[in-house]
Ligand binder design. Structure first.
Ligand SMILES: *Cc1c(COP(=O)(O)O)cnc(C)c1O
Length: 434
C-alpha cells in the first residue's frame, strides 16, 4: 500500500516514509491511497475470531508492501496483547471496552502498534530514532509505555510540572531505560512550543533522526480499525443485525478508523460522532459548514478539541461529499451535566460504571436510536478510575486495578528543566541517539 497526503492525492510515499515522517511535507496528513475491501469469507466468518487473528487480516493489505507476513503477525501480536471486550448493558445495547492496555485508555492501541512498527521499519539501519512528544497527560503515558524498551528508539516525553495527575506522571516518569521524562517548569503550550522548535532546529537534527508520536501519525489510526471488527465478532446472530456505533470524539482519529473499517466492509449501518460542548463536527453534520472554535474545558477533557486534526481525513475519505458524510454519521453534543447524569443513571439501572468520555458516547447512542430492534454499541475509551473526581461527585466507588496500584508504588525519576529552549536543547544533544 502506498500513502498520500490529504493535500495532494497524487504524490505517493511508502508506508515507511509516511510513518517515520508523521506529517506530509505539504502539511497534509497521510492516508492510505485506497481502502481495500476485506474478503467476503473473512467478513462472513468473523464470529469468535480473536483480536490478533482479526488484526492480521485487517492490517495485512496496508503493511504487506514493506513487511513480510511473519513480521506483520509479530507486530500485531505484540500490539494487541490485550482484548477489547464487548459488554452487554441492556437489551441490544453494548459497550466496547477499548481501555484494557497498560495505561487504561484506548490510546494504548495506537501507541503500542506504532512503537512496534517503527522499530521494525528502522531495523538494520545503524542510526537510532529519537521521538519527541509533548503531553498534557494521556498521550504521554500511552506513548511512554508503548515505546518502553523498544530497541533503537529513545523517547523524550515533555510534560508540564505539577499540571498532570499523579497517575499520569507515574506512568510517564517511573519507567527509565529508553524513556526520558522531561518535567518542564511551564505549561503544556511551552512543552509543545519547545518540541516543535526542536524538530525544526537544523543544528540539533543534523546527523540525527527525530520524529514525533502525536496523533497525526497514520500508524496510530490503522490498528484502531481492528477493534471495530472485533466488536462484531463478539455478537451472536450477526447477519440479522442493524448496527449503529457511537464514538466519543475529540480529535476524531477513533471515528476516522471506524469509517475506514466500514469502507473495508464492516457491517455497521451508521456511526455517531458524540462530543462534549466542543461541537464543531456535530455542527458541520447539520449545516455542511466547518467552523473551528477555541476549545472549552470539560469533564471529558481528552475530547476538548476545537479544531480536530483528523477532520480533514474524513473529508478526504469521502471526497468532500458532505451529503454522503451526513448519511453515514449522525452527530450530537452534550454538556457536563448531561454527562454526569448519564453516568449516574446507567450505574443505577445496570451497575455499569462509565467514564465521562464513554458517557458522552452512550448519550450519543441513545439519541441516535430509540428502539431496541437496532443493535447499539458505544465505545468506552478509558477506565472510569482515571476520572475519580467525576465519580466522587456522584458517590460512585470503583476499585483501583492492580496495574495502576503498582505504578503508584514506584518512584518517580524525571529530568526537571526550565522552559528555556537553550537548556532543553543541550539536554537533547547530550542524550539523543546518533
Ligand atoms: C484521546 C481520547 C478520546 C478522543 O479520541 P479521538 O480519536 O481524538 O477522537 C476519547 N476518550 C479518551 C479517554 C481519550 O484519551
Amino acid at each position: 500500500m502506498q500513502f498520500s497526503s490529504t493535500k495532494n492525492p497524487n504524490k505517493r510515499v511508502s508506508l515507511s516514509r509516511a510513518v517515520l515522517s508523521g506529517l506530509a511535507e505539504d502539511g497534509g496528513l497521510y492516508m492510505p491511497r485506497r481502502i481495500p475491501e476485506a474478503d467476503q469469507t473473512f467478513l462472513k466468518s468473523l464470529e469468535g475470531k480473536s483480536i490478533d487473528e482479526i488484526g492480521y487480516r485487517v492490517l495485512y493489505p496496508y503493511l504487506e508492501a514493506d513487511l513480510c507476513p511473519e513480521e506483520i503477525r509479530a507486530i500485531v501480536k505484540g500490539a494487541f496483547n490485550f482484548d477489547t471486550p464487548l459488554k452487554k448493558i441492556n437489551q441490544n445495547r453494548y459497550t466496547l471496552e477499548t481501555f484494557h492496555g497498560p495505561t487504561l485508555a484506548f490510546k494504548d492501541v495506537g501507541a503500542r502498534f506504532m512503537a512496534r512498527l517503527m522499530s521494525k521499519l528502522i531495523e538494520g539501519d545503524d542510526r537510532g530514532l529519537n521521538i519527541l512528544v509533548a503531553t498534557s497527560g494521556d498521550t504521554g503515558s500511552a506513548v511512554a509505555n508503548g515505546f518502553y524498551d523498544v530497541p533503537g528508539i529513545r523517547v523524550f516525553v515533555f510534560y508540564p510540572a505539577n499540571k498532570i495527575s499523579t497517575i499520569q506522571e507515574k506512568q510517564i516518569a517511573t519507567l527509565a531505560k529508553n524513556i526520558f521524562p522531561v518535567e518542564l517548569d511551564g505549561t503544556f503550550d511551552d512543552c509543545q512550543r519547545i518540541v516543535k522548535r526542536a524538530l525544526n532546529d537544523s543544528e540539533l537534527t543534523a546527523g540525527r533522526r527525530y520524529t514525533t508520536a502525536n496523533s497525526i501519525n497514520i500508524a496510530r489510526l490503522l490498528p484502531q480499525m481492528v477493534y471495530y471488527f472485533r466488536a462484531l465478532a463478539q455478537l451472536d446472530n450477526l447477519p440479522g443485525r442493524d448496527i449503529v456505533v457511537s464514538v466519543p470524539s475529540g480529535n476524531f482519529g477513533n471515528l476516522t478508523a471506524g469509517l475506514m473499517a466500514k469502507r473495508m466492509g464492516l457491517a455497521v449501518k451508521q456511526f455517531v460522532a458524540a462530543t462534549n460542548v466542543n461541537d464543531v463536527v456535530p455542527r458541520y453534520l447539520q449545516s455542511g459548514v466547518y467552523t473551528p472554535k477555541p476549545s472549552k474545558e470539560t469533564l471529558s477533557n481528552a475530547m476538548d478539541v476545537g479544531d480536530p486534526s483528523n477532520f480533514e481525513r474524513i473529508l478526504a475519505l469521502y471526497d468532500n461529499d458532505s451529503k454522503q458524510i451526513s448519511n453515514d454519521i449522525q452527530g450530537y453534543s452534550f454538556t457536563d451535566d448531561d454527562t454526569l447524569k448519564a453516568i449516574k443513571t446507567v450505574y443505577e439501572r445496570t451497575g455499569y460504571c462509565m467514564d465521562p468520555h464513554g458517557a458522552v458516547g452512550q448519550l450519543g447512542l441513545e439519541k441516535a436510536i430509540t428502539n431496541t430492534e437496532k443493535t447499539g454499541i458505544f465505545l468506552e475509551t478509558a477506565h472510569p478510575v482515571k476520572f475519580q473526581s467525576s465519580l466522587n461527585q456522584l458517590d460512585i466507588k470503583v476499585p483501583v486495578p492492580e496495574r495502576l496500584k503498582s505504578y503508584l508504588k514506584r518512584e518517580k525519576k524525571s529530568y526537571p528543566m526550565s522552559n528555556l529552549y537553550q537548556e532543553v536543547v543541550q539536554f537533547l544533544k547530550a542524550h539523543s541517539l546518533d
